[in-house]
Design a binder for this molecule. Structure first.
Ligand SMILES: NC(=O)c1ccc[n+]([C@@H]2O[C@H](COP(=O)([O-])OP(=O)(O)OC[C@H]3O[C@@H](n4cnc5c(N)ncnc54)[C@H](OP(=O)(O)O)[C@@H]3O)[C@@H](O)[C@H]2O)c1
Length: 285
């Protein structure tokens, strides 16, 4: 089985290496393919331009591209335009993979009062970034509906992991502030996100169209910051007024993902951040 990873950066490369270790041929599309490790066949591709040929034996397509700029139009061109181009290239090359998996985001949900969110929750993005993610998901689902190719969106919470140390840096540099009211955050270690993609596309016979990709503990931001301060041996950050994050405040459930038999290497932020702090793993370029 060949796997095509479109937008093969940190998460895509980790996912590709796991597919390769399981015996699959892996092709990685990105604009700078020379950055990819030897086990991934790098192909130069720009998702906003004419796409290269898709090999006939591609059985699974995983889309993990990021936007090349934080401007709204570039963001839309990367995610929605990229999704459109991938559907066009599959039609053009008459390739019908078994499944396309799109890495989306829990930013499509609007909950801001700490409520529970799962796959049955109606999306209601608070930001244009969430709106664009939802638009890309819907475009892929519609575009693939009549083709025989299955579609799954995996809505990830905040990815952390090796080299993704925003919260750690904030605590270490004493810039962190504990919110004076509960703010729930949902996260997933990069390696669990990569393994969830491999799991859903290779081990689950008939994956659902949608899964939330978050660890088993929606956590109060204040608890995460307090934990990091303890681990780093620095004073507990002060409490204050913290503006609501663009992701709102919600408690996302991973029950559906667990129900497929998936197990987390890092079930909560505690195991995950301890691994990051001990220098385990590396961020892929
Ligand atoms: N960060 C989070 O907390 C979070 C949360 C939820 C979901 N996600 C999603 O997770 C996915 C993976 O994130 P990541 O952290 O692995 O991102 P990343 O390391 O930035 O990887 C994405 C790759 O996409 C490639 N890319 C960007 N524009 C492209 C284009 N026009 N054509 C082809 N390739 C392009 C880039 O490589 P080149 O520059 O070489 O092209 C980049 O290495 C993204 O879809 C992101 O939206 C992230």
């Amino acid at each position: 089985m060949s796997v095509l990873i479109a937008g093969c950066g940190d998460l895509g490369t980790e996912t590709g290496l796991r597919f390769a270790r399981a015996g699959h041929r892996v092709i990685g599309w990105r604009r700078s393919p020379q950055k990819l490790p030897p086990r991934i066949e790098g192909v130069e591709a720009d998702l906003t331009a004419e796409l290269p040929a898709i090999p006939r034996d591609v059985d699974t397509v995983v889309i993990t591209a990021s936007a090349s700029s934080r401007e709204r139009e570039a963001y839309r061109a990367g995610y929605v335009g990229g999704a459109e181009k991938i559907i066009g290239a599959l039609e053009r090359d008459e390739v019908a993979p078994r499944r396309v998996l799109y890495v989306s985001s829990t930013a499509v949900y609007g909950e801001a009062n700490g409520g529970l969110v799962d796959e049955t929750t109606d999306p209601a993005p608070r930001t244009w970034r969430g709106e664009i993610q939802l638009e890309a998901e819907e475009l892929l689902a519609r575009g693939l509906a009549a083709t025989g190719t299955g579609f799954t969106a995996l809505r990830l919470g905040g990815i952390y992991g090796p080299g993704r140390t925003m919260l750690i840096d904030r605590v270490a540099s004493r810039r962190a502030v504990l919110p004076d009211e509960p703010r729930y955050t949902n996260r997933i270690h990069r390696d669990d996100a990569a393994q969830a993609i491999v799991h859903l596309t290779t081990r689950v016979p008939d994956p659902a169209p949608l899964y939330l990709g978050v660890d088993t503990e929606p956590a109060e931001l204040g608890d995460v910051l307090r934990f990091l301060a303890q681990e780093l041996g620095v004073p507990t950050p002060p409490t204050g007024d913290v503006p609501m994050a663009s992701g709102g405040s919600k408690r996302c459930s991973n029950a559906a993902l667990l129900g497929t038999g998936f197990t987390f290497a890092f079930p909560t932020y505690r195991e995950g951040y301890r691994a990051v702090l001990s220098g385990e793993g590396a961020r892929h370029p």
